[in-house]
Design a protein around this ligand. Structure first.
Ligand SMILES: [Zn+2]
Length: 170
């Protein structure tokens, strides 16, 4: 039910719709995924996310994470095209669709979306919550600060509700 209301809400992006339909169909048999409290990810991918955040620590970095059967094994770094990269991120639609096609072509599933918070706490901002269009994805938020208590955190965002996910490094 949640999946179909999501599709209606995102009607302005037709190719995004078809991708969502694809991922939702794949996830339909895994209703337990809606209750997920943890997300599994390869150690090397966590390292790559952190490295991306440190490449230009004054700008938010961003990208997609994919894998199979709930384990993130691939990273797809993207370009942040927003006008205010210090405090927000935006992936250009063309790049987003290209990356999603690559994920599908490799028979992978979109499992996560990551970005960094150069200065603030690495928790979802009101804007992050408002723009969280993938209820089945884990939203990873990275801090490039050396004194961050948890430099990499992950959240599930469903209809404005935020739940922190335990990150299982495998
Ligand atoms: Zn953010």
């Amino acid at each position: 039910m949640r999946a179909s209301s999501f599709l209606i809400r995102s009607h302005s992006f037709s190719s995004l719709d078809s991708f969502s339909r694809f991922t939702n169909l794949k996830n339909r048999n895994l209703s337990v995924s809606l209750l997920a409290v943890s997300i599994s990810i390869l150690r090397s991918i966590v390292a790559e996310i952190s490295a991306h955040a440190l490449k230009d620590p004054s700008r938010e970095c961003c990208g997609l994470l994919a894998g199979r059967e709930g384990v993130i094994t691939w990273i797809f770094p993207a370009t942040n095209v927003t006008a205010n990269p210090a405090t927000s991120y935006e992936i250009a639609p063309e790049e987003l669709f290209r990356l999603m096609r690559e994920i599908r072509a490799a028979s992978l599933e979109l499992l996560g979306i990551y970005h960094s918070h150069p200065k603030g706490i690495n928790e979802p901002s009101p804007r992050d919550i408002e723009r969280a269009h993938y209820p089945d994805a884990a939203y990873f938020i990275v801090s490039p600060l050396s004194d961050a208590p948890q430099p990499v955190r992950a959240f599930s965002i469903h209809d404005g509700r935020v739940t922190e996910l335990e990150i299982q490094v495998v």
